[in-house]
Ligand binder design. Structure first.
Ligand SMILES: Cc1ncc(COP(=O)(O)O)c(C=O)c1O
Length: 353
């Protein structure tokens, strides 16, 4: 059981009680956004009144959900469920649509929380291996389950399956399809429009990456009203605090800041992909705000990870099948990425010479 995995594994460089961002390390290990959130978010924070803190928040986050529906061209708030981070929406989906002993289908590799949630719920996780290009094999479409978690773009590879594969899954899968689009604002195409077409589809979004709000904990699930109704029955009474509801509304209404920040990150992503390839890494085309830099040379990927850590540059290393030859590197500012590339160049050059 990997409960508590975040503190133990994910947040390298984290000092309990301190904001990891305030330390002087270069933190490229949890796919946070290096740029500040929308100025409207700051205004929303400053406008929080004492009464808003003294009173309970709106239990159904209506204004926030309505703003999300408007943003995605959906009829109204009945199409959106709000969560304390998308992680809470994922947990709610398991609680709402899966019974203990049911099967939950997903891919390998993917976001490890799905397995943890299945274990906590007493459900079985069925992982189907992605093919050598990190695409879906036929077996994935043939495996029955109550719920499927598909991540697009996937983590930790950054690879996005074609939108057609999502449509095929929605048509053929006899259960709920949870499409995790945590990183999709950095991608060429999303599947939000499919929720109007498929009554078994939930599209999940996170505000932690593209909206620079990991600390606020905001996420949503978008689906047809019959599914959202089920979520509303099982969610905690006041799952969204008053501040997060305001901030989320302000963030989603500022499409321009989202566009500007994601464009910057995509540009840096392209440049760093090329630079890593020059250094000898194999980097599948990423549609996310991180790169899966595969390294078959020497020193090993694990040694590179440790040497970077010793220099105060934190990237992510997975000691797991199909992943242990790679570094997952979040896209930071251009200066941070230059520091990373310089450090990697110095570690690799002596071996190559
Ligand atoms: C694939 C994927 N889904 C969901 C999440 C959770 O996002 P949130 O911070 O909104 O809980 C993450 C966070 O890293 C993720 O990588």
């Amino acid at each position: 059981m990997k409960y508590g995995r975040v503190l133990l594994e994910d947040v390298e460089g984290y000092v309990p009680g301190e904001q990891p961002q305030t330390s002087d390390v270069i933190k490229l290990n949890t796919n946070e956004n290096p740029y500040p959130p929308s100025p409207r978010v700051i205004e929303a924070l400053q406008s929080v009144s004492v009464n808003a803190l003294r009173r309970y928040p709106d239990p159904v986050s209506l204004n926030f959900r309505a703003a999300c529906a408007r943003r995605y061209g959906l009829p109204n708030a009945d199409w959106v469920i709000a969560g304390n981070g998308m992680d809470e929406v994922l947990a709610m989906a398991v609680r709402t649509f899966v019974d203990p002993d049911d099967a939950i289908l997903t891919t390998y590799p993917t976001y490890t929380l799905y397995e943890t949630l299945a274990q906590l719920h007493g459900a079985h996780i069925v992982e189907v291996d992605l093919d050598e290009n990190f695409q879906l094999p036929e077996a994935f479409f043939e495996t029955p389950a109550r719920l499927v978690f598909l991540t697009r773009p996937n983590a930790p590879t950054g690879v996005a399956v074609p939108k057609g594969a999502v449509e095929r899954l929605c048509e053929s899968f006899d259960g709920i399809v949870f499409l995790d689009e945590a990183y999709v604002d950095f991608a060429d195409a999303h599947c939000m429009d499919l929720v109007q077409q498929y009554d078994n589809l939930i599209v999940g979004r996170s505000f932690s990456k593209s909206y620079s709000l990991a600390g606020m904990r905001l996420g949503i699930g978008v689906a047809q009203p019959a599914i959202i109704d089920e979520f509303l029955k099982t969610k905690d009474s006041y799952n969204m605090n008053a501040v997060a509801q305001r901030v989320g509304k302000a963030a989603i209404e500022d499409a321009a800041t989202l566009e500007a920040n994601t464009a910057r990150i995509r540009a840096t992503r392209g440049r760093v992909t090329n630079a890593l390839t020059e250094l000898g890494f194999e980097v599948p085309e990423s549609q996310a705000n991180f790169l899966f830099a595969q390294w078959k040379g020497s020193p090993s990927a694990k040694t590179l990870f440790e040497s970077l850590r010793d220099r105060g540059i934190f990237v992510r290393y997975f000691n797991a099948r199909r992943l242990d030859h790679a570094l997952r590197i979040s896209i930071g500012t251009d200066a941070e990425m230059d520091a990373l590339l310089t450090a990697l160049g110095e570690m690799i050059a002596p071996v190559r010479a």
